[in-house]
Design a protein around this ligand. Structure first.
Ligand code: HEM
Length: 232
């Protein structure tokens, strides 16, 4: 009994720590992506800066993959434990606490995983839209680097791609808005005095991330972000 309890607590800690690391990645990724509003020089220099990290970037990528895998495997383990602990499911499924986000955690998680694979095939490996992947840009310091700027502009000129990202980013933010409350419960911070604030903070962060991520495709569709002169 104690062993089960301990491993369940350990799993919840792994869920929380890996989830927090993913939130950290989402904030860092958004901050980098928003450089697109500074023009092609800024975002392309940033992309090159990441590539220049070399071995460190490789370790960061491995760390990110391990974090995602831990988060997913542990969620499956915990869902399974919950089922075995309660073989007869509740007849009344909708509790007062239940929200769309909480009821769709597994589904939104699965959708996010599918999106991440699609997203890597799109922007990291250039398989989704290969015609926009091989552009080059000459930085002010004379170095020729991959043109992430024009790749994103071309990519989001396609409304189907925009809809895909809109759905995916919405799922990410729904998932996150619920996850933050759960994480604090796991850490033992579950008091009526704080629950309201924690819930609002979770919703606030999810909303900021949603607006930040979607500002790029929306900015491109609205023509605020466009290809610069010189064909870059
Ligand atoms: C509109 C929203 C987004 C845009 C414009 C965007 C843009 C990009 C770009 C351009 C890259 C490739 C960078 C490069 O290889 O030089 C990338 C990589 C990546 N993105 Fe996003 N992204 C968005 C949303 C997301 C979301 C919501 C997630 C996670 C759920 C995510 C996860 C990743 C991951 C894991 C990588 C690979 C990082 C690496 O290994 O270098 N992205 N993204």
């Amino acid at each position: 009994m104690l062993g089960f309890l301990r491993s369940t607590i350990l799993s919840k800690i792994v869920m929380t720590v890996s989830g927090a690391a993913i939130v950290g990645f989402l904030i860092a990724h958004l901050t980098g992506n928003l450089l697109i509003f500074g023009g092609p020089e800024k975002i392309n220099a940033y992309g090159q800066g990441l590539r220049d990290l070399g071995l460190l970037l490789l370790f960061l990528r491995i760390g990110l993959v391990v974090t995602f895998v831990l988060h997913i495997v542990t969620s499956i383990y915990l869902a399974d434990k919950n089922r075995t602990a309660r073989p007869v499911s509740y007849t009344k499924k909708k509790s007062i606490q239940s929200t769309i986000a909480s009821r769709t955690m597994f589904f939104s998680g699965l959708t996010i995983l599918t999106f991440v694979v699609y997203h890597l095939l799109h922007f990291t490996y250039g398989i989704v839209q290969p015609e926009f992947y091989h552009g080059e840009y000459i930085l002010h310091d004379g170095r020729t680097v991959p043109d992430i700027y024009s790749m994103m502009i071309h990519g989001f000129q396609n409304p189907f791609i925009v809809i895909t990202y809109l759905l995916a980013v919405t799922f990410v933010c729904l998932h996150l808005s619920h996850a933050i409350g759960s994480a604090f419960q796991t850490l033992g911070i579950n008091h009526t005095k704080y629950n309201g604030i924690i819930k609002k903070a979770g919703m606030g962060l999810a909303t900021i991330l949603w607006l930040g991520y979607m500002s790029i495709p929306f900015g491109i569709m609205a023509g605020v972000l466009k290809l610069t002169n010189g064909g870059h």
